[in-house]
Design a protein around this ligand. Sequence first.
Ligand code: AAT
Length: 292
Amino acid sequence: MEEMELKPGRHMLYMEWYSRDPGGLFMRVNRWLYSAQSPYQRIDIFESPFYGRVFALDGITMTTEIDEFMYHEMLVHVPMFMHPNPKKVLVIGGGDGGSVREVLKHPSVEKVVMCEIDEMVVRAAMEYLPYTASKLNDPRVELVFEDGSKFVRQFKNEFDVIIIDSTDPTAGQGGHLFTLEFYKACNEALKEDGILCAQTEGMAYDWEWGSTAYKRIKANFPLVKMYLGFMPTYPGGIWSYTYASKAGWDPIKDYNPEKVRNFKEPLRYYNEEIHKAAFALPNFVKKYIEEE
Ligand code: AAT
């Protein structure tokens, strides 16, 4: 049977309920592309007239095609530009491939290990999110399907940069990637001048998790700074990330914008000004992450 063109105006809706139940996000759905229950979580991918393809785990939006670049560029380029010569990178989580795609824009990178717990997420992304997953077949990429909190423990002094692209601590297996022990193991898996960067939730709704993650990272590294970036389809619209340096490199004082100015790959969000501005925190966020 020939497929009929779908007319606009009579769409289905997708709704995400935010934690604390204040309300949430809804989007028009044009057509559903994929739904499956993996051993870890429910996976859905649908097509929306405005947001493009949307990927959700257990009903929580992970990426949409219109704004995934904002999240992935901010999570990846801040640590990658802070490191003078990142060769070996570990991405934990990030099954859609967006973080790996951004890491590989850096010419110094020789190897990226991506440790994602759910192989079904990666297979679905390769089929239905071709741009986000576009670099997962690159020969420099090694895919590992395992709980990142266990996997990282086998390494000592191994990686230049570790990127934690995890689900929310309250969803699926994401909680393992927010513990004090996990951040300690990440510290040990990094080389002496290694850098860690983690997504640390939205400070508008999930400030307890944001501040807990920040404090736990701070307990394991000599220099730790939270920064923020726009992310329209995540709760609150502004997302937090936490940068940590084992050698104590400050993301403002020790930043070398030359590397950014000479960068050959086009970027749509990150630039020299954004790098500096992102570390300026609103008072309410500063208050949440203050030490007791
Ligand atoms: N770049 C996409 C954004 C994500 S996806 C996070 C990924 O982390 C998921 O594919 C999930 O399967 C994986 N994951 C969860 N727990 C673990 C674990 N213990 N080990 C390895 N991988 C894991 C994140 C968006 C977050 C913000 C949403 N509000």
